[in-house]
Design a protein around this ligand. Sequence first.
Ligand code: ATP
Ligand code: MG
Length: 413
Amino acid sequence: MKLSQLFTKTSKASPAEAESVNAQLLARAGFVYQQMAGVYNYLPLGLRVLKKIQHIVREEMDALGGQELLMPTLTSEADYKKTGRDTIDVLFRTEGHSKSALVLNPSHEEVVTPLVQKFVFSYNDLPTAVYQIQTKFRNEPRAKSGLLRGREFMMKDMYSFHTSEDDLNTFYERALERYHKVYTRLGLGDLTVVASASGGMFTKDISHEFQTLCPIGEDTIYLCEKCNKAVNQEISMDHARCPQCGASPMVEKKSIEVGNIFKLKTKYTSAFDFKYKDETGITHPVIMGCYGIGISRLMGALVEVFHDDKGMIWPESVAPFKVHLMALGNDESARAKTDELYETLTRAGVEALYDDRVKASTGEKLSDADLIGIPYRVIVSPKTLAENAVEIKKRDEKEARLASFAHCVSELM
Ligand code: ATP
Ligand code: MG
């Protein structure tokens, strides 16, 4: 994509309402635009990142055997009365014709449980797992951390259905492994740990949270630095000793919850009287699990974790483009060579953002490249042309280096 064609612009100043680093940098670089507190527009650069996060999550959920579907945003309040969740404080409500009470789904247990019930009757139909990537609505009281806490936000939610707790446990362990793969592919593998936590508003059982270590995180966990086991502060009675390996002490850390998984068991299936018939024709309640990933929160978390004083530093797997190309020195032959490089890369399927702006100064081009944070910066100028070369620098490297055109292209392939 050519930068001159992009309708968004970067800005030096952060919007006044942007309090967190992710909100500031994403807004300054033109990735998002805040509509109101906790509600964002995803602009072309930001949407590319969001889609890449979705793609990774989708591949891993498909590999787990999840079947993707898309459930509605609007649901009748009556379904929430069945589970008792009509009283939760973050629920957004609206009204249909004849004053029918509607809810904007904060998650989809009340939709997915009766939906799957329509198709699943016997042990033969189980286990099964469905997932979606969809917008959720929660009237969060403190929507001040940019994408970390939205009132309208994007989540991947998966729900699994089983004949027994054993079968749920087996699937749950596989889901845990897949979740690790997701965070590793996002570049957050080393920073993301599994914490035991309470089931929150969903269940009395323990849940597992995927917590990305980050000083600005809202959550506090106790981490065993020997075996990486973590426990959320909210359930930790004794954090002197690791419950898994016995090492002590556990270290207090701040973290961002980027996903969590619950064994719902029969909480929702009994509310909807969802049962299956076993081999002998006897009916039993279906056993259920649920598995969430904060897609848009992850975009914010990646910025919080990977940035410096100049801007964002995207991991290659989710960067909006792989290469940020520019010609410097207001020079015809440098421009022609950059055009050629852009064509070559694009034809080879390498995603390149080409800063082809004629009026932008060298300083503007360089500071925009740092702000936007694309992994590779490639510069062509009269100076590099004199060496028959281009200058390559990775966003997280200090020093640039010269490379021949052929080398440059093969490195970026
Ligand atoms: P939190 O404890 O942060 O309020 P939660 O425990 O209520 O989140 P779930 O309902 O399990 O979260 O949602 C699954 C995932 O969706 C969370 O792990 C988180 O990554 C993300 N998420 C939850 N609430 C928000 C929000 N308001 N904005 C953005 N992402 C969210
Ligand atoms: Mg939570």
